[in-house]
Structures are given as C-alpha cells and as structure tokens.
Write a protein that binds this ligand. Sequence first.
Ligand code: AP5
Length: 285
Amino acid sequence: MTTVTANGTPRRKFIGMNVIIKKDRSAWLQGPSAKCSAVPGEHKHPWRLILLGAPGVGKGTQAELLTGRLDVCHLSTGDVFRAAGERLDRDQSPAMKEALEYMRRGELVPDSTVWEMVRERSSCILDCGGFILDGFPRTLGQAESLKELMEQEKLSLSAVVNYELPLDEIVRRLSGRRTCGKCKSVFHVTERRPKAEAVCDHCGGRLYQREDDRPEAITVRLEAYERSTAPLIQFYKDLGLLLPIVATGSPGEIVAQTMDKLDELAAQRGDGDDRRTTLHLAPKL
Ligand code: AP5
C-alpha cells in the first residue's frame, strides 16, 4: 500500500501484520547523487534517534521495525559499507577499499573515513523528516562531529536508545544472523526465520552470512565496542538523552518497550499529540 505525503512524494506504509515494505534508502546507501523514491512524511516534531548497543544486540532489527512505526529513515553506516563492498572493484575508492578491510577484520573504520562518508550524506540527517542512526556514532570523535553538525543547523536529537544484552545471547544472535544481499533486511536462522529458506521476505533477495560474523571477527568487534563505543553511554547520559532498554525477549516485545518509552518522552516534552499520531500509523507487532 502506498500513500502520498503533502508534497506529493510517495510514502510507503505497513501493509499488514509483521509485513513491512522497507523505505527506499538510495541516497544513504549509494550517496548523494542517488535519489530516494519514497521519503518520510512531514512531521512537526520528527524523531531523530540514535540506537546504541554492542554488535548483535539487535539494533538493525529494531531500526527496521521502528522506521515504519515512526515514519523515519533508517541510516546504518554498516549498510553503506556493505553496499559499497558489493560494487565492482574499479568503482570503489581507495578509502572505501581500506574501510572494507577494517570491516572484514571486525575493526572500526577510522573516524576520518566514516565522517567523510556521513558528511557526504548529511542531507539524510539534516533534511530528511526524521531518522534512526544505527551503528553511528561509534566513537567519541564521531559523536562530537555529529553534535557539531546538528548544532550548526539548530537541530537536536530526540533520544539515544541503548540496548543492553548479556554476552552469550549477543554471540548467539550474531552467529545465526542472515542478511539480505539486496535490501539488507536481517533474519536469524532460528529466531527470525524467513518464510522461504535463504530468501528475503521483503524483496526476494538472497540471504547470506556476513563475513564479520565469523567467530574471530566477532571477538574483535566486541573488544572494539568495549574500548571505543561503550564510552558513548556516559556521553549521552550526561546530555540527558539516554534511554536504556533491556533487549531480551522477542523483537516485537523490544519494539513495544521502545515505543512505550518514546511515547512517554514525547508526552513529557509536550509534543505527544504530533508524535503519537505518527506512532499510531503502524499496527502492533
Ligand atoms: P554494523 O553493520 O553497524 O554492525 P554492528 O554494530 O556490529 O551491529 P550488527 O549489525 O552486527 O548487529 P545489530 O545490533 O544491528 O543486530 P541485528 O539486528 O543484526 O557495522 C559493521 C562494521 O562496519 C563494523 O564492525 C565496522 O567495521 C564498520 N562500521 C560501521 N559503522 C562504523 C562506524 N560508525 N565507525 C567505524 N566503523 C564502522 O541482530 C543480530 C541477529 O540477532 C539477527 O540475526 C537478528 O535476526 C537476531 N535478533 C535480533 N533481535 C532479536 C531478538 N529480540 N531475539 C532473537 N534474535 C534477535
């Protein structure tokens, strides 16, 4: 089902229980020369969220569920790297080739490369009617750069959702993950099985296991998280933006918990009416 926004741009919506048509993310995945065919609607108080949490905690899964419900764009830096990795060798810049090597090893890509890539796509953050950042920022340097960019445009974050999960569950989620090569939707071999074996429910693309979900890369990623990303929890707590959520339970239960907290936040800030309207666009999972 497709509706149109006030400016006539097509907007995609949920078409039934648990069936999500993913929003187009061409401008984010391919860069500013690409145009998105569907954009979020216009909202007086758009949601501008960051999802924090260790690798495998379920950020991508939640982002996918929340974007439909909140009518925002899902901006994942990991997805941009993976999309670049699928291009022909001659179409990859030297900086991107280097970034992909870091990623394969499970290490963080250097801040300068990440920031260059995000800055090129800054219209997805600044001009889009709301966003969920997934996997960015991941270091204090990246967080400071984002803060500065948004302050220059007099924009503020709505909240930073921090998903928390025990280590053994994280490893179980990562090792069973399967990702769509085309639209990047995320599945799990036991917990979130696709309807047809190795085929994406949303676009029919082929599902594959990510290279950095090998056990040795998982260890490196978890160490990088502890060293570089975990300090962001205190950073955003000090800014009064942190919303901690225990990420045990089914994806539907976690998204319901997240929505409840966001609803409370909107009510506290006095912009609940506009935001609740957005939330009610989507059915319960
Ligand atoms: P990125 O793609 O961002 O990976 P990540 O942060 O390591 O997170 P993951 O995608 O691994 O996990 P997730 O939390 O999204 O979990 P998911 O929903 O998939 O980054 C990859 C790499 O790119 C980095 O290592 C780095 O090299 C580079 N990079 C990217 N951004 C960077 C940056 N800003 N700076 C520097 N380098 C950067 O879920 C995992 C599995 O669990 C799935 O199979 C899912 O189906 C399942 N699952 C989810 N929720 C549940 C649930 N509730 N119950 C049971 N199963 C569940």
